[in-house]
Design a protein around this ligand. Structure first.
Ligand code: SAH
Ligand code: MG
Length: 197
């Protein structure tokens, strides 16, 4: 397991795959244990690095993870097999915005896919959260760019950063969820669904 994790870190750095920072995944694993989280939906698997670590947080955790890129999906499947987590992890090869979920609810949703679509993911998947459930989002600092979009010259990058900034505002003003922001890794938010909402 430890070896596989190191192998995945190397593979990701070699192939430029943006896996979660160590502080952030440590934070999430602690959150899972402390809050007795058992079912997780992850948007954006990449090669399964955060997926496998979340699944390893406790014996009872199961993860469904969605990835739209075929080669990353294949790599993720391979890694899930390597660590023997086939029963704990269900990998779905599809665009998350096209996925049809019915009759399932999760204790935690981890949003870590296309940064420009965070609000869309949140609005789509919030219905699949158990009472008192939580949505955690990664990369809210986006490598230090967030909060400084006006200074960015590249139009594409500026557009993306503006979308993350508007997602942060969306979370801050959201009446159904209480959100805390953490200056951990590349920036995390933890949005807890309020009672009766
Ligand atoms: N959670 C992973 C990293 C994910 S990187 C980890 O920390 O180990 C983001 C991934 O989201 C990429 O592999 C990208 O292909 C995928 N992605 C982006 N938009 C998506 C979408 N709409 N549906 C499914 N996957 C998406
Ligand atoms: Mg990330």
């Amino acid at each position: 397991m430890k070896e596989l994790i190191l192998e995945m870190e190397e593979y990701a750095s070699l192939k430029n795959i943006p896996i979660i920072e160590k502080d952030s995944i440590a934070f999430i694993m602690k959150y899972i244990k402390k809050n007795n989280i058992k079912t997780i939906l992850e948007i954006g698997s990449a090669i399964g690095y955060s997926t496998i670590l979340m699944a390893s947080a406790s014996q009872e955790v199961t993860v469904t993870t969605i990835e739209r890129d075929e080669s990353r999906y294949m790599e993720c499947l391979k890694n899930v097999k390597k660590c023997g987590f086939e029963k704990k992890i269900n990998v779905v090869f599809q665009d998350a915005l096209d996925v049809n979920l019915t009759g399932v609810k999760y204790d935690m949703i981890f949003i870590d896919a296309a940064k420009g679509q965070y609000t869309k993911f949140f609005e789509k998947f919030k219905y699949f959260l158990n009472d008192g459930g939580v949505i955690i989002t990664d990369n809210l600092k986006f490598h230090g760019h967030v909060g400084k979009s006006k200074e960015i010259e590249s139009k594409n990058l500026r557009g993306l950063v503006e979308k993350i900034e508007s997602y942060i505002e969306f979370l801050q003003t959201n009446e159904e969820f209480d959100t805390n922001f953490y200056d951990v890794g590349d920036g995390l938010s933890v949005s807890v669904k309020k009672d009766g909402k």
